[in-house]
Design a protein around this ligand. Sequence first.
Ligand code: HEM
Length: 439
Amino acid sequence: MLVGSPKVRMPPGPRGPAALNTLRLVQRPVESMIGWRRRYGDIFTVRLLVFGTGVYVSDLDEIKAMFTGDQSSLRAGEANAPLAPVLGSRSVLILDGPEHLRQRRLLLPPFQGSAVERFREVIAEVAEAEVARWSVGDRFRMRDRMRELTFEVIVRAVFGVTDPARIERLRSALVAVIDSQAVLLVPGALRRDLGGVGPWAAFQRRKRAADALLYEEIEHRRRDDDLGERSDVLSLLLRARDEDGRPLSDAELRDELMTLLLAGHETTATSLAFAFDLLPRHPRVLARLRDELAGGGADYLGAVVSETMRIRPVLDAAERTLTEPRTVCGWDLPAGIRVYPAILAVQHRPDLYPEPGRFRPERFLAEDPPPYAWIPFGGGIRRCIGAALAQAEMAEVIRTVVERVDLEPVRPEPEPVVIRGITMVPRHGTPVRVARITG
Ligand code: HEM
């Protein structure tokens, strides 16, 4: 069976051309996904530019099967291959199969819940320093402030760097590489040095500069007398051994550091920007959050984080490519197509979340949602490695900000959600004004 062959019957979905579907999805992802699911049900097909034909699934049993069942006919790394020039070919995001599992097993321990608790102090310190720089009347885009903050958290918690000059050097070199992702659209034939001119050559120069710093950090840490006692992620990775007793090579370490930085900082910053769009527009939620924090409780804070990620997930869907035909919700899908566990559509299902469009953190206090109904971090052997860190970071930053300042949205309307690159973001970056310093 081949995609596009007349014999293949695909689940119904929007009939428009790929360009129109893509435009709708990019400009109004929330409305499009919810509307398509309402119209076509728990499985629907969408043709998109660049990504091709894909099938979105919001049936919980099918999602569970995709996340936790036999993975031999599902590929997740393949879809990230365009990021290889930035991340490197040994990145956990790019690999599939046994090589992916080896990297993942080495990377996971420093990100497990108990290990992440150690980073709360670093996060709170970075957040307090950020808020201390704000004055009444300041206006800024929260997403910009949060990008700087999450970057610093990654560099301190993951790389273990605390010297401000070194953080700044790393920041400018790494941001230069990450921000040049547009260069990845340069077609293969033009990916040449061309005598040192052109966008590809400039990208390669920025990458060499960033790599030199990363290798310097790796070398510096390897020689650190305290390596055995240090708890930052790089030190833990330097000490890690796989089942055969092999450590990560320097090249693998470089690729994973870049991966953690890329996967971990924008996503968390965007999620925080959504939180700070929602909170000031829901005064009752904000008041309850402050009350509970003042009383020493943190349950409601956790619920605010969960509800923000439910109503405004950063990724509209996880992604798997079928290497063999597979039956999903009764449809025989051909090899080669992409199947998307539909994070956004699932998290807006009215049968799972009554009044799904309302921001109501209380819903997470009464009971946990059913398995696979809350999946902002994906699932199974590809589940986000940084999930515990991201949630701790969101909670600590939200706590610090609401305890210290009153923020006012600059725009009267809630932020429209749009897709930029592959993530959903608040269109204007959540512009806010500092109305009052309270703590
Ligand atoms: C709010 C913040 C974040 C969100 C919404 C998010 C979301 C996701 C999602 C949806 C996936 C794909 C899961 C799947 O396909 O099943 C993923 C993978 C990943 N994330 Fe995150 N993430 C966040 C923060 C972080 C942080 C802080 C880090 C690390 C410091 C991180 C590192 C990774 C890595 C390494 C993977 C690849 C895992 C694999 O392929 O095995 N993420 N993330």
